[in-house]
Design a protein around this ligand. Structure first.
Ligand code: XMP
Length: 561
């Protein structure tokens, strides 16, 4: 989940908030945290996982989460845990092996973090990556020292012998990605160098007894055969069977949800975004009508969004949905608000009020469903607080009365986004919903520069509809992170037929991105841009000029507000 940037704003003591990229309810809840009203005491429900797993012990590398993701891609369940996690927690995960991640420290520094003794005492296989390899070296009696030359970037790996199970199926001289200053001076007793690079005589080491170290990073895309190495570790060295599939996940979570929920009632705020949609579908398959979804139309959604969402969930999937048309309320509250951060705050607060009112009408409810994903959980844990403490704060639903004591149910909290999409597809959700581009919680309000009025919303909806339509026709929708129109507050002169016009300027934004933290403007074909521009000025009344935004993030953000 990307952290929103804090923009200092003299008028509003709020900032742009964390988002998993969807129009997700947690975003609203977070915005509304500042609201008065007693927070609800939530009891968190921990799903128990029954899988064989590989445990990644985190020493602080920026790539740690990526290791977990790569192992999962090999159909093996993997969790990232703090390097000092107690054994009882690890044992509950049924570990088959450990990976010690990279990290910024140097093992010879005072108080450098090391692996707990159980990692070695368990006799399970261990793979140290970069700092993790150096930790193994130090802990098992070898020597690590600063290298004469730091080694960053590509290196060629030369295998001393191709017999090691770690190298099964690898080509002889694979390219690997290095990023280290320290190096192994002396291996611990019993270890052998299995491969070297120009600058690292010990680029891979092993002791013939299940403990390995890699000086390079197999988890990054720059190590093309890295996933093969991790797969070898998981299957050939740890003996994993590969039972982590989304089909199994669905079966197990349905059983688990039934067990947790019993005869209880669940409410879920449906947003149209992928996460809340998958949560709803999964819960509905598990407990049917014990689930009620609340879908708030804030009047800031795209054209046909409300109809489409209702059609999928109500008509196709047969869910119990309360559709609240709250457009008037939201637009009334937004009247004359021009500051983007105030817009966000107002929308967040109003959402909580509407949600609370509707939830109260249902009667006694036991659970609040939430589309929390694994990166959210990890980020919360890394930000100092415990994961559950921070995650709970997302759900301290400012307005809900304290008498509604809700347990959280978060069936996706162990999944990565790509896994969520796979679950959605396997649950039979329409591709269009599963592959939906992110849409911000505050909706079109932050794509209208200045105040948000009904007629401006209509102009933007029409322009946005054309953009989407053309992008989909050009088969580009899934290749672009986001594509949208912005209604600026600039008006300019034009000429149509014999008349001069004075109309709005619409900006197009289309970006590519992998992780939302950085984005680049998409090099859309000129002909496509021409078609979009032509259609907008011809079909959308009030607009007489279209421009294309060619700035990357940073320095710009994806949204204009
Ligand atoms: P920026 O504009 O910061 O946006 O590059 C990054 C991603 O976040 C989305 N976004 C939001 N999502 N509430 C949300 O739920 C918000 O207030 C919000 N602001 C931006 C944006 O669409 C992009 O995907």
């Amino acid at each position: 989940m990307a952290k929103r940037k804090t923009k200092k704003n003299p008028d509003a003591d709020v900032h742009r908030v964390t988002t998993s990229g969807d129009i997700e309810v947690s975003t609203y809840l977070e915005i509304a945290q500042g609201m008065s009203g007693k927070p609800v005491a939530t009891r968190e429900v921990e799903p128990a996982l029954e899988h064989e797993s590989i445990i990644v012990m985190d020493f602080g590398s920026q790539y740690s989460l990526l290791i977990a993701r790569r192992i999962r891609e090999c159909n093996v369940y993997c969790e990232l845990v703090a390097h000092d996690t107690p054994w009882e927690k690890i044992e509950a995960l049924n570990p088959k092996g450990f990976i010690l991640s990279g990290g910024p420290a140097s093992v010879y520094q005072k108080n450098a973090p090391l692996a707990p003794a159980y990692v070695y005492e368990s006799h399970l296989p261990v793979l140290g990556i970069c700092y993790g390899m150096q930790a193994i070296t130090k802990q098992l009696g070898g020597l690590v020292a600063p290298g004469e030359k730091k080694e960053y970037g590509y290196s060629i790996l030369h295998l001393n012998s191709s017999d090691s199970p770690l190298f099964a199926g690898l080509e002889d001289t694979p390219a690997v990605w290095m990023s280290h200053g320290d190096r192994i001076e002396e291996m611990p007793p019993g270890f052998h160098a299995l491969a070297y690079t120009e600058n690292s005589p010990v680029a891979v080491m092993g002791n013939g007894n299940g403990i390995y170290g890699l000086q390079f990073h197999p988890e990054v895309a720059h190590t093309p055969q890295g996933t093969a190495i991790l797969r070898n570790f998981a299957y050939k060295i740890c003996g994993c069977k590969g039972n982590w599939t989304m089909g199994n996940f669905i079966q197990e979570s349905i059983a688990r949800i039934k067990n947790q929920v019993g005869k209880g009632k669940i409410i879920n705020a449906l947003s149209g975004g992928v996460d809340s949609a998958v949560v709803a579908t999964l819960l509905h398959q598990a407990v049917g009508d014990q689930l009620t979804c609340i879908f708030v139309d804030n009047g800031l959604l795209r054209r046909e969004e409300v109809e489409r969402t209702l059609k999928v969930f109500d008509e196709n999937l047969g869910m119990k949905i309360i559709h609240v048309n709250a457009a008037d309320r939201f637009l009334y509250r937004l009247k004359s608000v021009t500051d983007p951060e105030v817009k966000r705050k107002v929308i967040g607060e109003e959402f909580i009020e509407v949600f609370e009112e509707e939830a109260n009408k249902i009667g006694k409810v036991d659970f609040l469903a939430q589309g929390t994903l694994y990166p959210d959980v990890i980020e919360s844990a890394a930000s100092g607080s415990t994961a559950s403490a921070k995650i709970k704060s997302h759900h301290n639903v400012g307005g809900l009365p304290a008498r509604m004591r809700l347990s959280l149910i978060e069936p996706l909290r162990y999944l990565f986004k790509d896994e969520v999409r796979q679950v959605g597809l396997q649950l039979g959700m329409p591709e269009e919903m599963v592959w939906r581009q992110p849409f911000p919680g505050p909706g079109l309000a932050i794509r209208i520069i200045g105040d948000v009025a009904r007629e401006k919303l209509e102009i933007l909806r029409s322009a946005d509809f054309i953009v989407m339509n053309e992008i989909k026709k050009a088969n580009l929708y899934r290749h672009l992170w986001q594509t949208f129109a912005v209604l600026t507050d600039v008006k300019s002169t034009g000429v149509m037929g014999d008349y001069r016009t004075y109309g709005y300027l619409v900006a197009l934004r289309a970006v590519t991105s992998d992780d939302v933290m950085t984005a680049d403007w998409a090099r859309l074909p000129y002909d496509l841009l021409a078609r979009i521009s032509n259609r907008i000025v011809n079909e959308v009344q009030g607009v007489n000029r279209v421009v294309y935004d060619i700035t990357s993030k940073p320095p710009s953000t994806i949204e204009w507000e």
